[in-house]
Ligand binder design. Structure first.
Ligand code: GRF
Length: 224
């Protein structure tokens, strides 16, 4: 089976990277991570890459252009076909983003287009929303915008603080990102007029995008 060659950009913890590494460990998974780039030398995610035997590089982010040039060289060397941003905390150079148009994805801990940018979970709590979640989307130059590939929803509980809500969202991030990557690698995702069409999406999406506590079924059992 031909596997899509993925390069992952990180800045820190790397739990989404780990979820992708886990997914790629299955022989039937249609993608493989061939390169991890971190802009921070101390990023814990680098150790996860090393433990999985994945080539990893540190590219300091002195300025956008220099980072883009150095990253591009490494990505081309490894014949990377798709870039996955997984907790990458820097704004990317616009030309770089355009060069990777529809070949670069990001995960963000909100139901976009709500709560773009930093502290999405805290701002969701402050806004009093009843549902939160995460989004995987193709990357466009404007921060946290671009065609949406998939979203996962979680309920906000009345006693949630930022860390409780973030943890609940993170758990579904780790399910959504591998699923979205699989759909892309299987060639089932295309962008039409800045919206994503997913071919034959009904089977795996049902579980990930509608966790049990958010379904119509759960609401139906609630007295009106
Ligand atoms: C995640 O919440 C992701 O949605 C956001 O940054 C965080 C990265 O966490 N973009 P990790 O490094 O993957 O653990």
């Amino acid at each position: 089976m031909r596997r899509l060659r993925v390069g992952v950009l990180i800045s820190g913890r790397g739990s989404n990277l780990q979820a992708l590494i886990g997914a790629c460990a299955a022989e039937t998974y249609p993608a493989e991570i061939v390169l991890v780039i971190s802009n921070r030398a101390g990023a814990p995610g680098l150790r996860l890459a090393a433990a999985a035997g994945i080539r990893a590089a540190v590219v300091p982010h002195r300025d956008r252009r220099a980072f883009a040039d150095a990253a591009q060289r490494l990505l081309l060397e490894q014949n990377v076909e798709l870039i996955s941003l997984a907790g990458f905390m820097r704004i990317l150079d616009t030309d770089f983003v355009e060069m990777w148009r529809d070949r670069m994805v990001n995960i963000h801990p909100s139901l976009l287009p709500a709560f773009r940018g930093l502290h999405a979970q805290r701002r969701a709590l402050e806004a009093g929303v009843r549902f939160a979640g995460c989004t995987v989307h193709f990357v466009r130059p404007e921060l946290d915008t671009g065609p949406i590939i998939g979203q996962a929803v979680v309920a906000v509980h009345p006693d949630d603080d930022e860390s409780a809500l973030s943890a609940r969202i993170l758990a579904v991030e780790h399910r959504l990102y591998p699923l979205a990557l699989r759909l892309i690698a299987e060639g089932r995702v295309r962008v039409v007029a800045e919206r994503v069409e997913v071919m034959n999406a009904e089977v795996p999406l049902a579980a990930v995008l509608n966790p049990p506590d958010c379904t119509g079924e759960a609401l139906a059992s609630f007295p009106a």
